[in-house]
Design a protein. Structure first.
Lengths: 743, 117
């Protein structure tokens, strides 16, 4: 047997049948250096024996090449595993906290000058204190050594190193005093141990760590909630029978039945039935959405009252929920530019604190009050204990985690921390008009009959003519006609006059439908109706005129309807001090009318789609931080050019990751919410950093004794321990307060 | 006399600390396809050199009980993974640009480096 051969077993995803096994085995055996490959369908695992020249990537590629996924080395812990590990750790920590604080309190009682007289005699005995302190130092405090030793082997240090050194100095000195009191007294120092310092500090720091761990769990709550939204099973219709199958086994194309009150398992399209669906968990919108045949449904949303059958279109990692989770996880792993300074400082912090502690000892030993050895020792310990690099490390990531999590709950998906930081500085928001501020579907807004004609007659003639037209506004006329039960007739001698309108004969009468130019061409006088036409145009509407037998019979105004939430959204943005602009290809008069209606002062009109990008560049050159809001499809270059691209989808039909911020919410107010969220998150980060830096900058010198010459103030190491325990907790708690923010 | 000794020893200790933590040589490990990084008191090897535009698998194995190291963050690649004790966790990166990228723990106390060439 060749000793250089290795055997590897790994999971394979995507297998369905026995033929998959053959395909995979053949593909793996083709890899040069593979001597045998066995694939097991039941366990979904492959076992490959290969020479040393074969790499894991080569095997992965071979599996991927035939359409499957190798899970080599991907023993990624499940949520449960992570949760269990953390719970176990917390339980162990809680016991250590209780024991060390209990023992610490007993020792404190037996040593503290004011309390000492009330304590039992045995607690005042140094040897008893020594014996009590041993388990705290070496059992409860073992984790500090456990973390410090491997770090020191790598010539790095962390917070545990500081605590380990600090408490060891206090414990070691106290043990020496207890065991060799004569030697200490001969040096002119009172033989007084400080076991209370070592034990209480360990207890307090472990207590801080316990609260910090609990609070940190809260920062990832949003992602856990999202993961928890996924359905566990689906009712798949197979051979006319409903069968409950695990969600992992649902295939694209499966027909799934959903009953009232049930969770929709995967993304798909309704084939039969209708209902209303609560999509709030995905979009943040509280009003249920009506769904009927042909509509898309999204996995993890809740079916309200109807029953329906639908076809699975996206499963597994491709569902909208999976994509949202992935995006939020990615954002939470990213780093905000503001963190750079904290990164640089934290990489030098611990060694510098150790050096400052040594300096403190030297200064106090040389120049300190008597007994200088004691002061030098206690102040050195205080410096080591008070320094808190963790608060600096936690300041930014915890706030980013909470901020991006809150965003996801409100249908605001932030691609990364950098985007979140830039959004905070946005000064101008440019909205694309069509499809973003408006519904993107022109609608008949006014029908004005003239003379003896009725509304229905006007619509009948217009619909009959437009039936043969391909003009974009024709659809609006036909939809309105259908809504009013108009049955159009085929027009005889139909003719489209480019740039003017359409003409034809209906019921043997000549009918013309189009703009002013068409009427002029036909010699029809608009006369006193001119005022009405101008008034409609001032409102941003396109007016079409209808003539029957050379007489003006009526006017039809068509307009793209402004979204209900648009005006409020612009007001909200103005309240945040953000300038709002609208960009559109419309003529200046129409654009100005719509802008006026919405309260938008800056209008960029008659901009061709390919020129939008240039307009954004112009605004950026003015020194403004620009956000561009669009649908993410037609205006992708403009979104990419802006400092922040905000893609706004219609409900759940949005391409996630199309922009820096994706809003899976129809409500335009979410744009303001996204900027507001960014401002609040950045405020929290700044406060956290200010606190974390301020804490260390102020309290380390205090612990060194800078206040002693002026005010006789020295920091007791026990208070240093308390402050240290509170500092990290306060940073995480401040981040958690973001959850209360109203956005 | 004792003060002189303490002063000399103190400053020697300060210099020794600076040398110990800041004076270590960067040992780079060239990676072809995959690399095992032991997570114990930091990341061993601490600096890896990986090729540009190629998928590299990094296998983390945490043997250090310290909870600070329970998560590894490769923020430039938007990767954050929980590292259970004594269990290999793999991540894949495909860097498109040359440069230096950070590997750190979630609290940003421990650091490693990925050099893309």
């Amino acid at each position: 047997m060749n000793n250089n051969l290795k055997t590897i077993t790994f999971g394979v995803k995507g297998m369905h049948c026995a033929s998959c096994v053959n395909v995979l085995e053949r593909s793996l055996k083709k890899v040069e250096g593979v001597t045998s490959a066995t694939v097991n369908l039941a366990t979904e695992k492959a076992t490959v024996t290969h020479s040393a020249t074969v790499t894991e990537n080569m095997l992965s590629d071979a599996v991927a090449g035939v359409g499957y996924k190798a899970m080599i080395g991907k023993e990624v812990p499940t949520e449960d595993e992570e949760k269990k590990a953390k719970q176990k750790e917390l339980r162990a920590l809680r016991i250590k906290v209780v024991v060390s604080l209990f023992i610490g309190t007993l020792i404190f009682w037996g040593t503290f000058p004011g309390l000492m007289s009330t304590s039992p005699m045995f607690l005042q005995n140094f040897f008893v204190q020594f014996l009590l302190a041993i388990p705290v130092q070496f059992w409860a405090g073992f984790s500090f050594y456990q973390a410090s030793i491997p770090a020191l082997r790598n010539r790095t240090a962390n917070m545990d190193t500081l605590v380990a050194i600090g408490t060891t100095v206090a414990f070691g000195f106290s043990a020496f005093v207890t065991l060799f009191p004569n030697i200490v007294e001969s040096m002119g120092v009172e033989a007084m141990p400080y076991f209370d310092v070592a034990t209480v500090v360990i207890g307090l720091i472990l207590l801080g760590r316990y609260f910090e761990a609990k609070a940190k769990a809260g920062t990832s709550e949003a992602i856990k909630k999202l993961i928890g939204l996924a359905a566990k099973t689906a009712r798949v219709v197979k051979n006319g029978k409903d069968t409950d199958v695990p969600i992992e086994e649902v295939q694209i194309g499966d027909i799934i039945r959903v009953r009232p009150g049930e969770k929709i398992p995967v993304d798909g399209v309704i084939l039969e039935g209708e209902s209303s669906v609560d999509e709030s968990m995905i979009t943040g919108e509280s009003i249920p959405v009506d769904k009927a045949k042909g509509d898309t449904v999204v996995g993890a949303t809740i079916n309200k009252n109807g029953s329906f059958l639908y076809k699975a279109m996206k499963v597994g990692q491709d569902t909208m929920l999976s994509q949202i989770i992935k995006l939020v996880e990615n954002a939470q792993a990213s780093k905000a530019p503001i963190q750079r300074l904290a990164d640089i400082i934290s990489s030098y912090f611990v060694p510098i604190v150790i050096m400052l502690a040594i300096l403190t000892f030297v200064i106090w030993y040389n120049f300190g009050a008597s007994p200088s050895l004691l002061f030098a020792l206690l102040n050195t310990v205080a410096v080591l204990i008070i320094a808190c690099p963790c608060a600096m490390g936690l300041a930014t990531p915890t706030a980013i985690m909470v901020g991006t999590g809150i965003g996801a709950q409100h249908g605001i998906l932030i691609r990364d921390a950098k985007g979140l930081e830039i959004a905070n500085r946005v000064k101008t928001v440019v909205f694309d008009k069509t499809g973003t501020l408006t519904l993107g579907k022109p609608k008949v807004t006014d029908i004005i009959p003239i003379g003896s004609f009725s509304n229905k007659e006007i619509l009948f003639f217009a619909s009959s003519l437009e039936k043969g037209s391909e003009h974009s506004l024709a659809e609006a006329i036909l939809i309105e006609g259908e809504a009013q039960n108009i049955k159009p007739q085929k027009a005889e001698k139909f003719k489209a006059v480019a740039g003017h309108g359409v003409e034809g004969y209906i019921k043997k009468q000549k009918v013309s439908f189009g703009n002013r130019k068409l009427m002029e061409k036909e010699g029809i006088k608009v006369g006193e109706e001119n005022q009405k036409i101008e008034a409609l145009e001032e409102e941003g509407k396109t007016v079409m005129m209808l003539s029957v037998d050379k007489k003006l019979a009526g006017l039809i105004a068509v307009a793209d309807v402004v979204k209900e939430s648009a005006k409020n959204a612009i007001e909200e943005l103005s309240k945040l001090g953000v300038e709002v602009a609208m960009i559109t290809g419309d003529n200046k008069r129409t654009a100005a009318a719509i802008a006026k209606k919405l309260g938008i002062k800056k209008v960029l009109a008659e901009v061709l789609p390919e020129e939008k990008e240039k307009e954004i560049i112009k605004l950026k050159k003015e020194g403004k931080v620009v956000a561009m809001v669009g649908d993410g499809i037609n205006d992708a270059p403009a979104l990419a050019t802006a400092d922040i691209g905000i893609a706004m989808g219609s409900g759940t039909d949005v391409a996630i990751e199309a922009a820096d911020i994706t809003l899976i919410n129809k409500d335009l107010k979410t744009v303001a919410s996204a900027i507001d969220l960014s401002k609040k998150t950045m405020r929290t980060i700044k406060l956290n950093l200010f606190w974390a830096f301020g804490y260390n900058i102020v309290l380390i010198p205090v612990a060194m004794g800078v206040l002693y010459p002026f005010f006789n103030i020295l920091l007791n190491p026990i208070f240093a321990g308390l402050a240290m325990a509170l500092s990290s907790v306060s940073v995480v708690t401040n981040s958690l307060l973001l959850k209360r923010a109203k956005i | 006399m004792d003060k002189i000794i303490v002063t000399i020893a103190g400053f020697a200790a300060i210099l020794g600390t600076a040398w110990f933590f800041f004076g270590k040589k960067e040992e780079k490990v060239q990676v072809k396809d995959s690399v095992d990084i032991k997570v114990s008191g930091g990341y061993v090897p601490e600096t890896i050199v990986v090729p540009k535009n190629k998928t590299t698998r990094i296998n983390f194995l945490r043997t250090d009980k310290n909870s600070c190291l329970e998560e590894v963050v490769l923020s430039d690649f938007k990767i954050k993974k929980f590292l259970p004790l004594n269990k290999k966790v793999s991540v894949e990166i495909k860097p498109e640009n040359k440069g230096e990228y950070d590997i750190s723990c979630a609290m940003n106390m421990y650091h490693g480096k990925i050099i893309v060439k």
